[in-house]
Ligand binder design. Structure first.
Ligand code: F6P
Length: 346
């Protein structure tokens, strides 16, 4: 059979490892893999597809980005695009499609499944907010970037006796900020799942200083709401229609607030796309290999509307419909850990 594969949405470290696994597994079982460029745009005819053979994926396991390219194109946006994407699948003679992506990409995959196209998903998003899976491709690398940044920022914050506010990605959930903040020993982690006030924040910073902390590291999620503090207004939307959360500039707003209210010098760092760039960690390479391997098997077995997920260390199978019941908020145990190790002080 001919299995199409595409990567959609924001890129994430580990996408190439997943592509490699699908190609190698499908090839080993005598099937052809057809790489579609630039996400759903490729099925609309906007990027040239190509057959992928083992040689094409031989050296990509540790490479960031995606050899296929990606986009935030939503082919459901109008009748013409809806027809075009279904035409693309017929024109490329795809017997099945593997869509590697997060909520947006897999939402389109579910729609195609409902149209009778055989589609298997692969969970990818640094935000880690898909339902049904404990972890998604890219998350571990993003967390590692946040933790490494905190290690570096600790020394300069300490030298200058400063507060440093680090803004992390994560869309509407706090997975990246919480895991990265806990792994990097942040003094305060602010996530959408834990509502705090601007007074809570300044009180905590002052209290930490009075306890002898000369350097204070604060991690804030790009979408965190802090009562009493106005983030900037995000005016633009991405191609899929999501508000550009970076434009809220919550890290800058928070650093200014802390400096003005506590008198302690504060700086801010937006980690931004550093969290998505570069080589995947070993965990992401392995996770992507397990997911890609399972996705190829599911596609070859004729399954559709499903995706491999990770639950408690095991790879299992969930439906796309269930995985899309997100965004999956931080679990209660992680919220409790944040409160205990990087929470608001009285
Ligand atoms: O969904 C992944 C993500 O990295 C979010 O954390 C972030 O809000 C967004 O994508 C940024 O997207 P872009 O690459 O369009 O700036």
């Amino acid at each position: 059979m001919r299995i199409g594969i595409l990567t959609g949405g924001g890129d994430a470290p580990g996408l190439n490892a997943a592509i490699r696994a699908v190609v190698l597994r499908a090839t080993a079982l005598g099937h052809e893999t057809f790489g579609i460029g630039d996400g759903w745009a490729g099925l609309l005819g906007e990027a040239a597809p190509r057959v992928l053979v083992a040689r094409d994926v031989a050296a990509i396991l540790g490479e960031g980005g995606t050899i296929l390219g990606t986009s935030r194109t939503d082919p459901r946006k109008d009748d013409a695009s809806r027809r075009a994407v279904l035409d693309g699948i017929r024109r490329f003679r795809l017997d099945a499609l593997v869509a590697v992506g997060g909520n947006d990409t897999l939402g389109v995959a579910q729609w195609l499944h409902e149209q009778g196209v055989a589609v298997v998903g692969v969970p990818k998003t640094v935000d880690n907010d898909l339902a049904e899976t404990d972890f998604c491709i890219g998350f571990d690398t993003a967390v590692t970037v946040v933790a490494d940044a905190l290690d570096r920022l600790r020394t300069t914050a300490s030298a200058h006796h400063r507060v440093v506010v680090v803004e992390a990605m994560g869309r509407d959930t706090g997975w990246v900020a919480a895991f990265g903040g806990l792994a990097g020993g942040a003094d305060l982690v602010l996530v959408p799942e834990i509502r705090v006030t601007s007074d809570d924040v300044t009180r905590t910073v002052k209290r930490r200083r009075s306890l002898g902390d000369l350097d204070i590291l604060v991690v804030v999620s790009e979408a965190a709401e802090i009562d009493g503090l106005e983030a900037q207004t995000a005016v633009d939307r991405d191609a899929f229609g999501h508000v550009r959360l970076d434009q809220r500039a919550i890290g800058a707003v928070l650093a200014r607030h802390i400096e003005q209210r506590t008198g302690i010098e504060a700086r801010q760092v937006v980690l931004g796309h550093l969290q998505r760039g570069g080589s995947p960690t070993a965990v992401d390479r392995l996770r992507a290999t397990r997911f890609g391997n399972a996705a190829a098997d599911l596609a070859i077995a004729g399954r559709s509307g499903v995706l491999p997920v990770q639950r408690g260390g095991r790879i299992e199978v969930a439906t796309l419909a269930d995985a899309l019941h997100g965004p999956r908020a931080l679990s209660d145990d992680i919220i409790e850990l944040v409160r205990r190790f990087a929470g608001i002080l009285d």
